[in-house]
Ligand binder design. Structure first.
Ligand SMILES: NC(=O)C1=CN([C@@H]2O[C@H](COP(=O)(O)OP(=O)(O)OC[C@H]3O[C@@H](n4cnc5c(N)ncnc54)[C@H](O)[C@@H]3O)[C@@H](O)[C@H]2O)C=CC1
Ligand SMILES: O=c1[nH]c(=O)c2[nH]c(=O)[nH]c2[nH]1
Length: 689
């Protein structure tokens, strides 16, 4: 990766950007539009100066599309899933992505088509996805159901002929707490081609609903045999909502919005971005917003100026160089997965070790909705100590290219820094304020090099690591270690290497049991963790480090054909979960019976899958509406001798205080047996009553 310099400002002092010349406006010299334009469920929407702090979820719900739900608000549960389609002029392709609307900024959807659960069907005319989930009992409380339907819908829009495995994986960012996944998967797998081999790569067309490549796709599986009592609609891809032709011609221009608390810039090329970053060094870059969104919502951080980098083509490039992969820092993680998969075919087998490690860890990196928008740059710059990618970057000497404008000359300049010196402390790195991460160079592995990645979390999918690792060794022809790089996440304030263990193993023979013993002892010494360490679980975390190295030892030995004693195959490789299988046996309905033996969906099912079911939070607000808050007991078990409401009434905005004596009629209620008090009258029997 070479460093470069280029002039960005012409002698007349104006910023050079192809045909554009920018004039002073909005506090910067960049001429910007102040109107957001996108499509929502097939209808054109224009908003003048939207508030940069509004999420897509807040917006769609505010216009009455309350089928999209607010669950966890941090991209973990999938209840807010919508689909965003965009058109890429250079490849003439439309992509459809499931996205967490709770994190997506409204301002980020310019030029895109947003489809919510209401946009795919309704109770009178449900989409086949909605109909099958409802008829096959895939909803109970129904709160997660629209999100589940949208994940499946997004998969089918990209891949109308999925395998069962692809269907199971499309739900890795959706949680359901009451229905159970069995009926959901039954419904979803009715769209699967059971004969399709997961590994088969096929041409999935250009993303248009009527793409000629999809004409022969037969989705009508043997549903009649599997579900004899139900007649389903056929799934016909050609009937899907099309990508608006006018958006294909829409030219992305720089945007500027000014809200109550913050300003938002959307540059559309690298020069504009560097210029804005030089003008506003303190500005926060926003990419997938999956970390920044958490910071602003939960950590209450404020960013007065935000620069959205999601529409900059230079940050989404990919080049297969002779010695490695050079990618734009803001490709989405899903796109990164595709690039890495392509790289496996492009390079020789021995060169692909690091790419394989990255692919392995990306499988377990959050859920689809996050990977569709989050970027390597976001992960690298955040520098979380349990980042999934950074241990692999650190153990592979990946290079980062940082770009900025030199303030005096306004010349674009660039420096390359190794991952080994990038992170400087807890969530800190060596990026200067005016610098942006432009490109990432991931080297090919050498002949004799073995690189593996491991992650242990509380659950496999959609979870953050407890400890993770990127481990690498280079062996010579005699299996002696020439180079070693062992990087771990979750063991310190930053992703760290284990220099003493690396040094110990240098020159020693891989496969020698004494070396293994010594190496594990060294690691234990190196990662001495106090019992009181932040994050806890000190012993467990240390044992994970040792466990990963043990696994790596046997994994490398097996790959390098080194005969070792006691090699248990279970140590090597990844334990794969098979495709889940289950059956609900529904007998033939007896003709003279109206209920017994019949597969009858519950009364709310169709409303839930279409997003039409109204939950408390979905009821439109009325003018002057008041909210209730409970005053709770701080005693575990006490007699109520009297209630003094003075403190509650003194709170700002409080209009009244109500207790048991104010309940008209009976103060007793309960779901089945009526044996609970609405408000405690004489006695409390727990804290929080
Ligand atoms: N909310 C969730 O469930 C999950 C969140 N994550 C987080 O998401 C992040 C992934 O990235 P995004 O959403 O794209 O990040 P983001 O838009 O939230 O930005 C994260 C950080 O990266 C910086 N950044 C982004 N692009 C940059 C660039 N080109 N140059 C310099 N700085 C840049 C931002 O200013 C910010 O400090 C990871 O860091 C990870 O921690 C990962 C998995 C799940
Ligand atoms: O690198 C990460 N991987 C995850 O799976 C994850 N989940 C999360 O919330 N943050 C992160 N970071």
């Amino acid at each position: 990766m070479k460093e470069h310099k280029s002039t960005l400002i012409e002698s007349n002092g104006h910023l050079v950007d192809g045909a554009n010349e920018f004039i002073v406006e909005n506090g910067s010299d960049l001429k910007c539009k102040t109107k957001l334009h996108f499509y929502l469920n097939g209808t054109s929407v224009e908003i003048n100066n939207p508030d940069p702090d509004t999420t897509l979820l807040q917006y769609v719900r505010s216009v009455g599309l309350t089928g999209t739900k607010l669950g966890c608000a941090e991209g973990g549960c999938g209840a807010c899933t919508v689909m965003i389609s965009s058109y890429d002029k250079s490849s003439d392709k439309i992509t459809h992505c499931s996205v967490n609307a709770c994190l997506a900024p409204l301002c980020s959807v310019d030029g895109k088509h947003v489809i919510t659960i209401e946009g795919i069907g309704n109770v009178e005319n449900p989409h086949p996805v909605q109909e099958r989930i409802a008829l096959l009992h895939g909803s109970q409380c129904g709160f997660c159901t629209p999100g589940i339907a949208m994940s499946l819908y997004s998969l089918l829009r990209n891949n109308p002929n999925p395998s069962e495995k692809e269907i199971e994986e499309c739900f890795d960012g959706n949680l359901c707490r009451c229905t159970g996944y069995r009926p959901i998967l039954d419904a979803a797998k009715s769209f699967a081609n059971p004969s399709k081999d997961y590994e088969t790569s096929e041409n999935l067309g250009c993303g248009r609903a009527d793409c000629c490549k999809l004409k022969n796709v037969e989705n009508d599986v043997a549903l009649d045999l599997k579900f004899p009592q139900i007649k389903f609609k056929k799934y016909d891809v050609t009937q899907e909502l099309i990508f608006p032709p006018s958006l294909m011609k829409y030219i992305l221009e720089p945007l500027y919005f000014s809200g109550r608390k913050s300003k938002w810039f959307r540059p559309v090329n690298l020069n504009q971005l560097l210029y804005l970053k030089s003008k506003y060094p303190y500005a926060k870059l926003v990419s997938g917003n999956t970390e920044v969104g958490i910071e602003t919502k939960f950590k209450k951080l404020r960013y007065n100026v935000q620069i959205f980098v999601g529409d900059i083509p230079e940050l989404k490039t990919c080049e297969f160089k002779d010695d490695g992969l050079l990618i734009g820092a803001n490709v989405s993680l899903s796109k990164f997965q595709e690039i890495l998969q392509d790289a496996l075919g492009h390079y020789e087998l021995h060169q692909t070790q690091i790419f394989k490690s990255l692919l392995e860890n990306l499988r377990w990196f959050a859920g689809n909705q996050i990977r569709n928008v989050a970027t390597p740059a976001g992960n690298i710059v955040t520098g979380s100590p349990i980042s999934d990618l950074n241990p692999i970057f650190l153990s592979s000497k990946t290079l980062f290219s940082l770009s900025s404008l030199e303030p005096s000359s306004m010349v674009a300049t660039n420096r390359v820094i190794s991952s080994e010196s990038f992170w400087t402390g807890y969530r800190q790195n060596c990026c200067e304020e005016t610098e942006i991460l432009e490109k990432i160079f991931i080297p090919c592995s050498k002949q004799g090099q073995y690189n593996r990645a491991y992650k242990q979390a509380k659950r496999r999918d959609d979870d953050i690591a407890i400890v993770n690792a990127g481990l690498s060794v280079l062996l010579d022809d005699n299996n002696q270690v020439k180079e070693a790089a062992f990087a771990f996440g979750g063991m310190s304030w930053v992703t760290v290497r284990a220099p003493e263990s690396e040094h110990y193993v240098l020159g020693k023979k891989w496969g020698d049991q004494n070396v293994l013993k010594g190496l594990l002892e060294k690691l234990c010494e190196e990662f001495r963790m106090k019992f009181s360490t932040p994050g806890g679980m000190a012993t467990y975390r240390k044992s994970l480090v040792v466990g990963f190295m043990y696994k790596f030892w046997y994994d490398v030995s097996k790959s390098a054909n080194i005969i070792v004693d006691d090699c248990d195959e279970n140590f090597v490789g990844i334990i794969e979960r098979n495709i889940s299988k289950s059956v609900q046996i529904v007998g033939q309905a007896e003709k003279d019976k109206t209920i017994v033996g019949k597969q009858i969906p519950h009364a709310s099912a169709m409303k839930q899958v279409t997003g039409e079911a109204m939950y408390t939070d979905d009821i439109p607000k009325i003018q002057g509406e008041l909210y209730g808050a409970l005053v709770l007991s701080q005693k575990a078990h006490a007699k109520i001798l009297g209630i003094d409401a003075t403190e509650a009434l003194a709170q700002p905005g409080v209009k009244g205080f109500f207790s048991a004596k104010d309940v008209p009629g009976s103060n007793i209620w309960g779901p089945v047996s009526h044996d609970e008090e609405v408000f405690a009258s004489e006695e409390v029997n727990c804290v929080g009553k």
